[in-house]
Design a protein around this ligand. Structure first.
Ligand code: ADE
Length: 293
């Protein structure tokens, strides 16, 4: 997968040299290019921001450096030559990929990237979105600062490539850099070959499957007793069925405690008697088929 990042703080991305992602870069699974937005400014102060039209606090990122950056990374293709008047105009084909309607298709084939812009006003970043991005050959991240990027940059980019504005959650960061690091780690660890043990992705909280709407429960390792705290006996029992049941019970309890909103996503048909008993004990009785409503 190729990843381009445009930022005014390239130093943030030194973290991508470390650990799993660093290894993925060294082995060629991830091809990361970090670009300094100020390289596309032309004044002595390398200015990237200006005051907002309409007034208000803060500064807005100027469109010109962003336009030049995106053009340099994704060179605009010239429009196809207009056929001579005498020839019939061909119907638009499914492979006519650069106009707006084909932008998603062009991204899937790797001719253009998907542009991802972190912003608190974007759509939520989820495990499902990370999985969707993992399947794309080329992602381009635009790190905004201040009050954001002049909106015309996004509008113009949309005519050439798919654009997603994405939020990490209901809080405000000082800029997009940390959000991009988070997204790249979530996406990168899903790439085949990046994690040592393929099973760990399947076991994640939010991973698609039977446990999709449940948080992962507690985990333990050696020694069996630490500071007079023993590991739960069941985990040392060797009874795989009983261990799986205990883990599910713990996942249900933890989800009820930390994320009761997720319980509403449990399909009643996927809940057995024991699930219902644990939910009842946690204060979330399943009355009939009502929980999916
Ligand atoms: N930039 C600032 N706040 C953000 C957030 N919550 N998510 C993504 N990008 C951001």
């Amino acid at each position: 997968m190729r990843i381009d990042i445009v930022t005014i703080f390239p130093e943030y991305f030194a973290a991508l040299d470390i650990s799993l992602l660093g290894k993925a870069r060294r082995t060629g699974l991830l091809d990361v290019h970090v670009h300094d937005l100020r390289g596309w400014t032309h004044d002595r102060h390398r200015t990237v921001d200006d005051t907002p039209y309409g007034g208000g606090p803060g500064m807005v990122m100027k469109p010109e450096p962003w336009g030049e950056a995106l053009d340099a990374i994704v060179p605009p293709t010239p429009p196809p030559p207009t056929p001579p008047v005498s020839e019939p105009t061909p119907l638009p084909s499914a492979s006519a990929s650069r106009p707006v309607s084909g932008a998603g298709q062009a991204a899937a084939s790797g001719t253009v990237p998907r542009l991802i812009i972190p912003t608190p006003s974007g759509r939520p970043f989820t495990q499902a979105l990370a999985a969707q991005y993992e399947s794309e050959p080329w992602l381009l991240f635009a790190c905004g600062r201040y009050e954001g990027i002049d909106s015309r940059v996004v509008d113009e980019a949309r005519t050439r490539m798919p654009v997603d504005e994405v939020s990490l959650g209901d809080f405000v960061l000082a800029g997009g850099e940390v959000a991009v690091l988070v997204m790249i780690e979530a996406i990168g660890r899903l790439l085949p070959g990046v994690l040592g043990n393929a099973d760990s992705v399947a076991d994640d909280s939010f991973a698609p499957g039977a446990m999709e709407s449940l948080l992962e429960g507690p985990v333990y390792t050696k020694p069996p007793v630490w500071r007079e705290r023993p590991v739960p006996d069941i985990l040392l029992s060797g009874h795989h069925g009983a261990i799986a049941r205990w883990r599910r019970d713990e996942a249900i309890r933890r989800t009820a405690r930390h994320r009761p909103d997720l319980l509403a996503r449990l399909a009643p048909k996927d809940l057995d008697e024991r699930d219902r008993a644990v939910l009842r004990e946690a204060g979330f009785p399943v009355d009939g088929e009502d929980m999916a409503d």
